[in-house]
Design a protein around this ligand. Structure first.
Ligand SMILES: Cc1cc2nc3c(=O)[nH]c(=O)nc-3n(C[C@H](O)[C@H](O)[C@H](O)COP(=O)(O)OP(=O)(O)OC[C@H]3O[C@@H](n4cnc5c(N)ncnc54)[C@H](O)[C@@H]3O)c2cc1C
Length: 408
């Protein structure tokens, strides 16, 4: 019988969050394994698909701290202004990078490119091993170690680790195997995403337009191209993904209006059913949940990955500090430092996105004027706007070393 392979850290899921954690810890003397089901450089990889996401300014800082922002930056488009409106009602809010004294509120990047950059960097670190394709089958924890059974190329093998990190996404098998309860809300909404070309240039503006079926967002790409995230009721999604391009663009135009002139072209459409899912516990014996495995949010206001990257930054710091102090990485004391630190931010952002979706995705007659007043107040009252911007950019609250752009 061969002895189980021994790791300091095993990360289940090498998607956006799991791979970022491995890179964040690359400077540490740790043996790290990433167990990933789907090879990162293939079309089927679910985390690095054809989406573009908005990185908040705070995420730029974290990537600076990790040391890879200079590689990512050339492939991003800055968001200098955000225009928020409520279809069919008065009241708009305009957020501007100059109001926050920053060069940009955030940056749009295609996730496939982000994945390529992170994986390219990981190759420089021989102590980080990609175990792929491999799926977790079972987990057993004992006092000093966790044993993880994986299925790879029709073979089952057992690896052991001081700490297991579940970064295996919204359907996390690790979370299920450990029987961690979740809080769920089905919004009855699906996001349709596609790249669209517009008659007028976006001038680095992003748009968030609330409609009665759900929010519609446009993120700037190159000069006259945007990434569309259009949330519709589940029942409308099959029609809108199958209908011919002209009809789709006419429907989109009717919902969005003329702020960017005519929509002239559209790329391939993809549909994502949406729900809120939050694990009731973020840690379990010798295990921690991060990213979508811990909190799977509605994409309104583009918060999911940004929140997960702040999990990465805080976990990396907690583990680096424990390592330097000679403490056990998987000890309950280490994990509770992480869980307590992350609680407030996770709670706030989950609550914010959930409230926005439920408040704006309806046509109750009395709510329209109240929402209009809310948007106008946010626009006109600078301290409120500053607070809102700092929170959504990931700059509020206690900041980790990486989030301050510093090395671990
Ligand atoms: C339409 C849409 C738009 C969005 N826009 C934004 C945005 O603008 N800004 C933002 O911050 N966020 C945005 N998000 C959210 C963001 O995409 C997610 O938060 C992010 O992808 C989460 O990454 P993750 O690595 O935690 O999970 P995932 O991306 O789900 O990755 C999980 C990984 O684990 C692997 N895996 C799963 N099970 C196993 C197993 N048993 N064994 C081994 N490997 C396994 C999978 O293959 C995958 O690689 C958006 C989401 C959607 C749906």
């Amino acid at each position: 019988m061969t002895l189980p392979a021994d790791y300091d850290l095993l990360i289940v899921g090498g998607g956006l969050i799991g791979s970022s954690l491995a890179l964040a810890l690359a400077s540490q003397p740790l043996r790290i394994g990433i167990i990933e089901a789907v090879p990162p450089n293939t079309q089927e990889q679910p985390s690095f698909d054809s989406r573009a996401i908005a990185l908040a300014f705070g995420s730029r800082r974290i990537f600076e701290g990790i040391g890879c922002w200079s590689a990512i930056a050339p492939d991003t488009t800055p968001i200098r202004h955000i225009h928020v409106s409520d279809r069919g009602h008065f009241g708009v809010t305009r957020l501007d990078a100059s109001q926050a004294s920053l060069p940009a509120l955030g940056y749009v990047v295609e996730v496939r490119i982000l994945g390529q950059i992170v994986y390219q960097r990981l190759q420089d670190f021989p102590q980080i091993e990609l175990i792929c394709p491999a799926k977790v089958v079972n987990i057993a924890s004992e006092a000093t170690k966790t044993h993880v059974q994986i299925a790879s190329h029709d073979h089952i093998r057992t690896l052991s680790t001081r700490l297991l990190v579940a970064a295996d996404g919204g359907h996390s098998l690790v979370r299920q195997l450990l029987q961690i309860p979740t809080q769920k809300r089905d919004y009855g909404q699906t996001a349709i995403i596609a790249n669209v070309a517009t008659e007028r240039p976006h001038q680095y503006r992003a748009f968030e337009r609330f409609t009665d079926t759900g929010p519609l967002a446009l993120l700037p790409l190159d000069e006259k191209r945007c990434n569309l995230v259009w949330t519709v009721k589940n029942i409308q999604a099959p029609y809108l993904t199958a209908v011919d391009k002209e009809t789709f663009l006419a429907r989109l135009q009717q919902r969005f209006g003329q702020r960017l002139g005519r929509f002239t072209r559209i790329g391939k459409r993809h549909a994502y059913p949406l729900q809120l899912l939050r694990a009731q516990q973020q840690v379990a014996p010798r295990t921690v949940l991060i990213g979508n495995a811990a909190h799977n949010l509605h994409p309104v206001a583009g918060q999911g990955f940004n929140l997960g990257l702040r999990d990465v930054a805080v976990l990396a710091q907690t583990l680096a500090d424990a390592q330097k102090a000679g403490h056990d990485l998987g000890a309950p004391e280490t994990l509770s430092i992480y869980a307590q630190w992350r609680q407030g931010d996770q709670h706030l952002v989950t609550g914010l996105t959930d409230t926005l979706v439920r408040l704006f995705s309806n046509d109750y007659p009395l709510l329209g004027p109240a929402r209009g007043l809310g948007l106008a107040a946010l626009d006109l009252f600078p301290p409120l706007k500053q607070q809102f911007m700092r929170q959504t950019m990931g700059l509020a609250g206690r900041q980790s070393r990486l989030a301050r752009g510093l090395a671990l």
